[in-house]
Design a protein around this ligand. Sequence first.
Ligand code: AQP
Length: 327
Amino acid sequence: MKRVFSGVQPTGNIHIGNYLGALKQFVELQDENECIYCIVDMHSITLPQEPKELKKHILDVAALYMAVGLDPKKSTIFVQSQVPGHAQLSWVLTCSSYTGELSRMTQFKDKSKGKESAPAGIFTYPVLMAADILLYDTDIVPVGNDQKQHIELCRDLAIRINNRFDKKVFVVPDGRFMKSGARIMALDDPSAKMSKSAPNPKSRISLLDEPGAIKKAIMSATTDSEGTIRFDLEEKPGISNLLNIYSAFSGLAVEDIEKKYEGCGYGAFKKDLVEVTVDALAPIRERFGEIRNSKELTDALKDGAEKANAISEKTMQRVYKTFGLGI
Ligand code: AQP
């Protein structure tokens, strides 16, 4: 049985990019693997968060994990800040990282663009992410493909430390990426990825959006003036993004959707996409409503933190011993 680890930041409500790129895989993997899924609240404070909002979002994301189908009997679900091993291992890994490699991370470059000085948390965030993964001797990390570079860094750190001590201190993990949905783009700007924190709410569809909001976002999505429904990432990024979303929610291949809408205008295609999306998200919203304020949720998180701590403490004993830390 393989060990699987991944997480989502509680920086806002989960959108369909997070769902199609990452969460769908979380659910697929839980029957055949030992899965550990985290709400990575320590990552979210790399940018300032309003404390009350953050607390709410942590529980929202946890409830959404369960609403999309994660079962706490099969998967360990917990909140990162409840397991001290993440911060402890992060420091050890920071001391094995180089400023050069961290400055090459595209997310750091994007988020610090044009600023003379950026928050140090944005710079060291990928090391904390490596710690999250290596702490659990993870084999597989299901993520969206915007995280490819961070997974590579995690692998490099594991290999570097294993080589330095000439033994397997860490398991070297592999990323796992979806075929469709690995990178959902913003609806208002198909050159940028869909993001929880983008200022325009119509740039994304959140899993808890009402049908009206879904309709508004899809009907106003940026397309092009050609008028044919054809997948072409270079020339038609907006329509290609909508085709990807349609395909991921309906299970139809992109080529079949292209055939289905041959000769149709963008209006008809978008209208159907609204229906496909609303239908796919309705059961998630319903289940979220049942679970959000339940004891089932708090019990799952308490139990999850205990299980995660038990694994993490063992790893940290091994790591501290390897590095000669402690007495
Ligand atoms: N647009 C996307 N398409 C596919 N997958 C995506 N993911 C994120 N955006 C897309 C995947 O979702 C998981 C959780 O992401 P995260 O919350 O840890 O952080 P993020 O990648 O920074 O996501 P956001 O939504 O853009 O958040 P903010 O705005 O707070 O920075 C990851 O597996 C990610 O790959």
